[in-house]
Write a protein that binds this ligand. Structure first.
Ligand SMILES: [Zn+2]
Length: 261
């Protein structure tokens, strides 16, 4: 099935947002820990119970400042900690995907950075296994040319580490100078044999360095209708988290577009 939801809540707190999503026709939500993991496990559990009751699919976005390929060792250690904290809350919330931006090239060879990030993810995976925290690590396709994470890299990472991923269509569009071919993206993803695909969507502003800022979907950069048609035609099992500035309002519009194509 196709699930649509906002990045972050639309009520003053996460619990109320989860309770109200069904009433506005949405059935997914990404809990944003982008500025820090400031939630107790007890609350995470409560949110998880509510989500189960309401049949809302939850996911988690780990902090923005994660950098698994930092030149400073201490930053890598901290980044691992932030991912692990996000995974723990996700586990209690019954959320599956834990999304994070993997790291930066810092003027090094792409292959070298790939190995560093891969090894750090394997370390995290091993800790999760020991702690019996069952979530899907989901590195995201990134929008800046300085950031690790074009589609091929993230697919290769997911394949080698045996993890999931998050496809951010806006970021791919920005990385590719305003071009996107949804069919090609889905074709490439076939090597992973994923049962479920977790994605982000919005329109986006970009320049020669890549992404600048996210835009409302009415900007059609890229176009959502084309994606809606393909998802429906392929009967995909997919979740689209709306990251536009209009958040849940654009998510509602996305549902309308899906129903209209
Ligand atoms: Zn995103």
């Amino acid at each position: 099935m196709i699930r649509i939801g906002p990045a972050g809540g639309f009520k003053p707190n996460t619990l109320d947002s989860v309770k109200s999503l069904n009433s506005i026709g949405l059935n997914a939500m990404e809990v944003e820990f982008v500025y820090g993991v400031n939630m107790k496990n007890d609350l995470a559990k409560k949110i998880g119970e509510e989500a189960r009751k309401e049949k809302i699919e939850l996911s988690v976005h780990a902090p923005y400042y994660i950098n698994l390929s930092s030149l400073k060792k201490e930053n890598i250690t901290k980044s691992k900690g932030w991912i692990l904290d996000s995974c723990e809350r996700a586990y209690y919330m019954n959320a599956k995907h834990v999304v994070f931006h993997p790291g930066f090239y810092h003027e090094r060879k792409k292959e070298e950075v790939f190995e560093i990030i891969l090894n750090n993810i394997l370390d995290i995976k091993e800790i999760l296994r020991k702690r019996k925290i069952d979530v899907e690590l989901s590195p995201e396709t990134t929008g800046k040319h300085s950031a690790f994470g074009d589609l091929d890299e993230v697919i290769e990472l997911a394949k080698k580490a045996k993890i999931s991923l998050c496809v951010d269509f806006a970021h791919l569009y920005a990385r590719n100078n305003g071009k996107i071919n949804y069919e090609d993206i889905f074709d490439k993803l076939k090597v992973l044999d994923l049962k479920h695909l977790h994605c982000h969507f919005s329109s986006i502003n970009f320049n020669s360095k890549g992404e600048r800022n996210h835009l409302n979907i009415s900007s059609e950069k890229p176009n959502f209708r084309d994606l809606a048609k393909i998802m429906k035609h392929k009967k995909m099992d997919i979740t689209i988290i709306c990251e536009s500035p209009r958040q849940y309002l654009d998510a509602i519009d996305m549902v309308k577009i899906i129903n209209s194509v």
